[in-house]
Design a protein around this ligand. Sequence first.
Ligand SMILES: Cc1cc2nc3c(=O)[nH]c(=O)nc-3n(C[C@H](O)[C@H](O)[C@H](O)COP(=O)(O)OP(=O)(O)OC[C@H]3O[C@@H](n4cnc5c(N)ncnc54)[C@H](O)[C@@H]3O)c2cc1C
Length: 413
Amino acid sequence: MVTPAAGVGAVLRRAAGDGAVRPATARDRVAGVQPSWVVRPQAVEQVAAVVQAADARGWSVVPRGGGGGMAGGAAPSRCDLVLDLTGLDRVIEHVPGDLVVAVEAGVTLAALQDRLGPAGRQRLMLDAPPPPRGPAPTLGGLVAAAAAGPRRHRYGTPRDLLLGARFVLADGTVARTGGRVVKNVAGYDLCKLLVGSRGTLAVVVELTLKLHPAPAAAAMVTVERVAAPDLVPLVALVRRSPAVVTAAEALWPERSVLLRVEGPPRVAAGEAALLARAVGGRVLAPEAGERGWSRCLRRPWAGRGAVVAVAVAPGRVGELAACAEALACPAALRIGLGVGLVRTADDPTALDRLRDAVEAMGGCCDPQRVSPIGAERVASRPPAGALRLMAEVRRRFDPHGTLAPGRLAWGGP
Ligand SMILES: Cc1cc2nc3c(=O)[nH]c(=O)nc-3n(C[C@H](O)[C@H](O)[C@H](O)COP(=O)(O)OP(=O)(O)OC[C@H]3O[C@@H](n4cnc5c(N)ncnc54)[C@H](O)[C@@H]3O)c2cc1C
């Protein structure tokens, strides 16, 4: 670990400017690992200079956005500097006619939605924790963690919404991919690689994102007392209904399914009525609907314990619900997709039980908010061939292991 010696501070201040560097405190720990310094640059060139200086001297760098998701993934094997990206907070360009926005990585999702709402009546279709829970997530953090909420049902994950990115490689090179460039780097689909890379491949500094028209209204339909085996047939009914559903969440153990429809007020109300008839549910009154939506966004983050993302084939989502019930784990399951979040005790027995049960269904687990030891325990290990490929990609991007070494929870480099 780099000691907080004055010489190191001087190097970092030269790279990022006076006032951008401070000694780290216990609050800056990354999954239990204490860094020595926090650097908060305000320009891409400063990010590049910091990363280059660190790479040349063998210091490891862990990027951080809002910091709300730093307990996902494993503990870094080394962490000398935390690179705080919240100083990169400019909306660079919004082109309403193309439904595209370019932002710096430290812009928060809330700030972007505020900016888009009144001006262009457009929206980035990613969900975030409802305030006031924790620090506001940044767009760089959401992309690097591949974080997606209930609207994933209709709009996908950051992978589907990211058109292009500008990023800093471990040697300080600034590169672009996708969206606003003429030529992509041959061989890799870099945008897709960056999503979910948790800072291990590059520091993302700018993003070009696809927008959608902002829905003027929403309505929620609920189906209560659903038995786990009925979830897959219920999804079939949802798909056959003419309503365009933006979220389909099963909240367990309550056994309730919440479906969201968005659009112009009359369309949302009409589609919700059709949907309720099709699935044998009922349309919630606006206030109850808002409460239901808020529950979908909070579940299962609210409450103590480990939060684990789970994924199975969509046809096995009923088994996943039954498993959550058997293990007494609160869960929010995206029933159309076979993915979800499960909360369990952060202890080896509970985490092993969850991982074994999900893997027995042919599925996998990815830690989202878990203690460092628990994260390594619960993370499903990719097949050997995939592991080798990932290690090779990482070596090509970051030969000295400067960026977030060891953060990929399955024991990646
Ligand atoms: C509906 C919803 C509710 C949620 N509720 C909660 C909750 O209550 N509690 C909770 O802990 N999480 C919650 N999450 C998850 C959280 O929003 C995500 O983990 C999100 O990534 C946090 O954003 P951040 O800016 O704080 O990222 P950070 O925590 O700063 O970073 C996340 C990861 O990305 C890396 N990273 C960050 N910025 C960059 C960058 N620019 N370049 C490269 N790598 C980078 C970091 O190293 C880290 O590995 C929720 C997510 C959703 C969708």
